[in-house]
Design a protein around this ligand. Sequence first.
Ligand SMILES: NC(=O)c1ccc[n+]([C@@H]2O[C@H](COP(=O)([O-])OP(=O)(O)OC[C@H]3O[C@@H](n4cnc5c(N)ncnc54)[C@H](OP(=O)(O)O)[C@@H]3O)[C@@H](O)[C@H]2O)c1
Length: 211
Amino acid sequence: MSTIGFLGAGRLAQMLAPKAAKAGWKVILSNSRGPDTMSELVAGIDGDVTAATPADMVTASDVVILAIRWPQIADATAGIDWSGKVVVDATNNRLGPKPEDFIDIGGVRSSDIVAGHVPGARLVKAFNHEPIPVFGQSLPPQDDAKVLFLAGSDEHANALVAQFIRDLGAEPIDLGPIDQGGMLIAMGGPLTNKFKLYTKADAEAAISAAS
Ligand SMILES: NC(=O)c1ccc[n+]([C@@H]2O[C@H](COP(=O)([O-])OP(=O)(O)OC[C@H]3O[C@@H](n4cnc5c(N)ncnc54)[C@H](OP(=O)(O)O)[C@@H]3O)[C@@H](O)[C@H]2O)c1
């Protein structure tokens, strides 16, 4: 049994955690206020679900999903040993859906900024390219629209995240290195905000149009 840990226990974590647990993954939730504050949340999810401090969660997890908001990344990741960890960057540099919610990061790749906060981690970008309700409604998929994109520069890390996506019933498409493929799903990228998952054929057409 593999373990998936969530740094942050808000909307994204609460959407994915029950699906991960149902798929047979061990789930660990964490937040800034301590494991005791998540007892009700943990009790409400079927499966092998626990809460821990962020540092203990990272130590115990095979894959860690960054499920904190952009302004929380620095604090949430500080003081943790990230070396060798497979870390999913699900963050976007925005506070909400409105244009004024955009956080200007000066044209720098968001994944480069995130990588700087998790030194030594094997970073994979995923679960950021559609609004949370789209993932919520589409996992497990009901039809052929079941593509989830990922991008990362470490083969083993990409394979592990692809397996997690498969276990959720979806179809992973690996877009390659995070500094290239990751740009297709970074905020405003050509494969983002379709408000439905792609079919494999539509995804391949969109990737080829974007390349
Ligand atoms: N909105 C979308 O549709 C969408 C889609 C894809 C991806 N995303 C991205 O997903 C990420 C999470 O979004 P969300 O809507 O799930 O956020 P959220 O509901 O605000 O949850 C954030 C979580 O982070 C925890 N947190 C805050 N500071 C922390 C710290 N220092 N250490 C540990 N945990 C901390 C919060 O709990 P405490 O305050 O109790 O610590 C909370 O559980 C964002 O980066 C967002 O851009 C959003």
